[in-house]
Design a protein around this ligand. Structure first.
Ligand code: HMG
Length: 303
């Protein structure tokens, strides 16, 4: 049931260096990745997904994960996280001294096979060992569920499918569950129904919204789930990214656009919008791409 009370504060999780850069056609130099992460921390981000320890054959853009972590000048109040699909990735991430890791499952069987080369069931069994080992090392684990509002291969996904996978990850020990609209096809009513179903299994305060903006629905969907009580949002500076397993998919909703909307709603995020926006302009120039943030574009013309 909708609470219709907006939160007074939202935890923003920056995805640009990981979800964004993993999907850019060109691989950014390690030094520029490090500079991006440091700029994002200066803009006020306290939760940054910095990289992923995945197979370089599958995602060559993330092959320098250890070097990125080694070169980073870490800000004391920032949590730097990395994706870890298996024990090999986890050991790499622990050796690199990440603060947190994340495992990533999908609600769709076909997407799971294409993304991590195993079934949903096999992935959950694999993650159980990753989570146990991370907990032994006192490292918290976030859980992702992809394709929560549609799959590029299977089409419709039910909220119950998402709730079941979320439940499994939460029971295994993931402290937060991030719900990925991987291909950005969701619409606000669907987003509300999704949250209604998943919050029956996982407490609302543990749910994050991770929406891609392919169909231009991400902000509307975020507003819908804020009304439901979600208070954790994943976003990507300049809307960096796409999805290698979902042709034509856009990046995450742009962080600048989310911060602008939150400011308008009187919701605190701790982000400095001008600093963030200039980071978006800078990284777009480094990549030679169009800045996907409308707010970033608007602010850059006002200088
Ligand atoms: C899961 C695997 C590894 C399975 O891939 P596989 O080929 O089945 O793995 P394998 O265990 O058979 O190993 C094959 C080779 O990869 C190596 N390998 C194995 N593991 C690692 C590792 N961790 N780090 C480095 N190397 C690794 C391993 O050592 C071996 O090397 P070889 O002996 O052939 O030289 C592969 O499919 C993979 O890396 N997939 C990652 C895909 C990915 O990163 N996708 C994007 C992230 S998910 C996402 O973006 C969605 C999300 C989270 O944002 C939410 C949303 O929006 O939906």
């Amino acid at each position: 049931m909708s609470s219709n009370h907006l939160p007074s504060r939202v935890k923003l999780v920056e995805m640009g260096p990981r979800d964004g850069l993993q999907n850019e056609p060109q691989t950014l130099a390690t030094g520029l990745k490090v500079a991006l992460i440091e700029r994002l921390a200066k803009a006020g981000h306290q939760h940054i997904e910095a990289t992923s320890f995945v197979s370089p054959r599958w995602v060559p853009q993330m092959a320098d994960a250890a070097a990125v972590m080694a070169q980073l000048k870490r800000a004391p109040d920032v949590t730097y996280r990395a994706l870890t699909p298996n024990l090999k990735g986890l050991e790499g991430a622990l050796a690199a001294g990440v603060d947190e890791v994340a495992v990533f499952a999908a609600a769709s069987e076909t997407f799971s096979q294409r993304n991590i080369n195993c079934s949903v069931h096999q992935s959950l069994a694999r993650f159980e060992t990753v989570i146990e080992r991370a907990q032994q090392a006192n490292v918290r684990v976030r859980g992702y569920v992809s394709t929560v509002m549609g799959c590029p291969y299977e089409g419709h996904i039910t909220p119950q499918q998402v709730a079941d996978v979320s439940d499994a990850l939460y029971r295994m020990g993931c402290y937060e569950i991030s719900l990925g609209d991987t291909i950005g096809t969701g619409t606000p009513r669907q987003a509300k129904k999704l949250i209604e179903a998943v919050s029956q299994k996982v407490p609302m305060e543990k749910l994050a919204a991770h929406f891609h903006d392919t169909y231009g629905q991400a902000l509307a969907n975020l507003y819908a789930v804020l009304e439901e009580g979600v208070a954790i949002i994943d976003a990507s500076v300049a809307g960096l990214g796409g999805c290698p397993y979902a042709k034509g998919a856009s990046g995450n909703v742009a962080t600048e656009d989310v911060v602008y909307m939150l400011e308008g709603l009187g919701i605190e995020s701790g982000l400095n919008l001008p600093v963030l926006a200039s980071t978006g302009v800078w990284i777009s120039a480094q990549l030679g791409r169009v800045n996907q943030s409308k707010v970033g574009q608007a602010l850059s013309t006002q200088k």
